[in-house]
Every structure is written in C-alpha cells, then in structure tokens.
Write a protein that binds this ligand. Structure first.
Ligand code: PLP
Ligand code: MN
Length: 344
C-alpha cells in the first residue's frame, strides 16, 4: 500500500509509472539490488556502515541490513530516531557534531545504541550532559569541515573519558577526495588522509576507524569501516567517476511543452538537487533548469505528454525534496516507500 497526494491509502502494486503524478522519484529495482550486492561483496558485514543520509528511507535501509551490515551511519538526530523506531537502531553512528543532545539521550535510554562524533570540549560536554554514552573522536583529515586537528584527538579522547563517555575510536571523512577521478591520485591522497587518521587512532584508542564514502570505498583499506551512502541510488556526479554502480534513481517527469528544437519537462530545481550541476536525460542534451522546468534538446522527436527520466547530478539533495520513492521494474510500480527520514 502507498499513499496518494492527499495521504489516502492506494494499492500501488500493478500501477504503471505512466499513472504516477509527476515529478516522482522512481528507483529501478534491478539496478538498486545490483548496487547493493556489488557493495556488499566489496565490503562485507561490518566493513560497510551504510550512510542513510543519501536515501533517507528505512525500507531501503532494511534491504541493506538484510545483506548483513549490522550498523548504519546517520547525519541527523531525526535519522537516528526514525531508524531506531523502525527497529534498525542496533548500532547507529551519528557522524556529526551535536549540541542539542536531549533527543539522543532519550533514544539511548530507550534502548538504541547511538555513537556520536565529537570534535571539541563543547560537543563532549553536550554528549555527556544529554545522556549519550558512546562517542567517536572526529578528526579533520583534509576536508576542512568538522573534525579536530589530528594532534588534538588524544587530548579530546581523555576529556571524553573523564566525562564518563566510552570512546569507541575515531572517524575522519575524506570528503574532498570522493570525486577525484584519477584512481591513482585518489588512492594516494586517501592514503595520506588515512595516515593522519591512523596516527590519531593510536592516540585515541578504541576499535573503530570510520571513514570513506562511495568515491573512496575501494581505495580506503585503512579504515575499519566505510560510511558509503550514494552507491545505492547513485547520481551522475558519481556516475562520471567510473564506479561499479548503476543509476538506480531518476526523477520521472512529463513533457509539458514542445517547440522547434526543444522540449520542457515538469521537473525543475524544486524536484532536483542542483549543487553538482544540471541533470541528465538519456538521448537528450539538458540546457537549463528553472523552478518547475527542465529544458532539453532531444535527439529524436518527443511529444507533449511523453514521460522522461531525469537523472540528478546529486542524490542527497534530490531525494530530500520528495515524500516517497517508487520501486519499479520497467514501467511497473512494485512498492512505494516513504522517504521517512526527511525533516529535522
Ligand atoms: N561520511 C560522511 C560524514 C559524509 O558526510 C558523507 C557524505 O557526504 C559520507 C560519509 C559518504 O557518503 P557518499 O557515499 O554518499 O559519498
Ligand atoms: Mn552527497
């Protein structure tokens, strides 16, 4: 069962994609399952801690769990809450700094296992005060976003232990290397970043060295676990780097206008994450996107009313704009999944 635009229950199975209201997220089941299987073969069991922030969908996380991955990575408190409520809270890593830890404390008290990233005395104090029990020391390995300086990690771990927290190890996300296209350069620079993290891990102690993403999942042999997320659904930015994953997700649109040399679909930047650039359409050149429209030049004539599949350049900010995604086999809708980890 799914829901229509007004929240009414609808029996989706058997519905054709041509009957969906557009724009709509559609996920090719075969491509999704091949992506999940490929990653699970490369990083079996606890070697992969799938990041849920790209898909924000517990139904998809359940498919990942069924492949044998015991823990998950989350980016927000709400993602942790929804994962735990769905019975997927056995070992969650909140790979972000959190100051307002009240809801996390409630989750832990309720039986979920949530480990939180800390990179400052303030985030250590917030974790302890909020009832969090376990942390990872987040180390800056060159992304220059969150993470303490590597040489400060040991001292922060000491502060965390004095505050009564269990320090499970370190994390250090090499996000600046995910889209490096040259494999040799990516491997070399990932090694340099992980040398910083390993040195910090020696100072911190604990079992876990958590790092990596879809882009470096094959290069990063130094981390004990890889936090990849985009590989499941993929986007054209990652697609252009040459990874063994297919484009499972697209935004289904309807051609609403055709004129000499161009066509317009009802998929605009309110339905697409655009920070990695224009989307792609097979057999067409995408010219521009506006609030509600994508203008493209098709190789072969299209007609008003035709359906098109628009491939986003960046998956995370695309998914979050939609309330549900439809698992499809060709033009048949198999299941409809709420994007239930949206919101704050
Ligand atoms: N870990 C952290 C902390 C991240 O912020 C991200 C993505 O931004 C990832 C891992 C990797 O995710 P992906 O596989 O989607 O690149
Ligand atoms: Mn992303």
């Amino acid at each position: 069962m799914g829901q229509d635009t007004f929240g009414r229950a609808v029996a989706w199975p058997g519905v054709r994609t041509s009957e969906l209201t557009t724009p709509a997220l559609i996920v090719e089941r075969d491509v999704l399952d091949a992506n999940l299987a490929t990653m699970s073969a490369a990083l079996p069991g606890a070697r992969l801690r799938p990041h849920v922030k790209a898909h924000k969908t517990t139904a998809l996380a359940r498919r990942q769990q069924a492949l044998g991955h015991p823990g998950f990575t989350c980016a927000t408190v709400r993602e942790c809450e929804v994962m735990a409520a769905a019975g997927l809270g056995a070992d969650l890593l909140l790979a972000n700094e959190v100051l307002d830890t009240r809801r996390l404390g409630a989750l832990v008290a309720g039986g979920a296992r949530v480990t939180v990233a800390v990179d400052s005395p303030e985030t250590v104090a917030a974790a302890a005060a909020g009832g969090v029990r376990e942390v990872l020391v987040d180390v800056n390995v060159g992304l220059d976003r969150c993470g303490c300086a590597p040489e400060r990690a040991g001292e922060l771990a000491g502060a965390a232990r004095r505050a009564g927290l269990e320090v499970r190890g370190v994390m250090g996300y090499e996000g600046h290397l995910q889209l490096v296209t040259d494999p040799d350069e990516r491997k070399r620079r990932t090694g340099e970043a992980m040398a910083l993290l390993q040195a910090a891990a020696g100072d911190v102690g604990g079992e876990i060295i958590s790092a990596g993403g879809t882009g470096t999942h094959r290069d990063n042999t130094w981390a004990t676990e890889i936090q990849a997320g985009s590989y499941a659904l993929m986007d054209t930015a990652y697609g252009s780097v040459g990874h063994p994953f297919g484009q499972a997700l697209s935004v289904l649109g309807t051609v609403v206008s055709v004129s000499a040399g161009r066509a317009v679909a009802d998929v605009g930047l309110k339905a697409l994450g655009m920070d990695h650039g224009l989307p792609a359409i097979a057999g067409a050149e995408v010219r521009r996107c506006a609030d509600e429209h994508t203008t493209f030049v098709p190789d072969a004539p299209v007609r008003v009313g035709d359906r098109v599949r628009v491939l986003p350049a960046h998956i995370d900010p695309t998914v979050v704009l939609h309330e549900r995604m439809h698992l499809v086999d060709g033009d048949t809708v198999l299941e409809t999944w709420p994007v239930d980890m949206r919101g704050w």
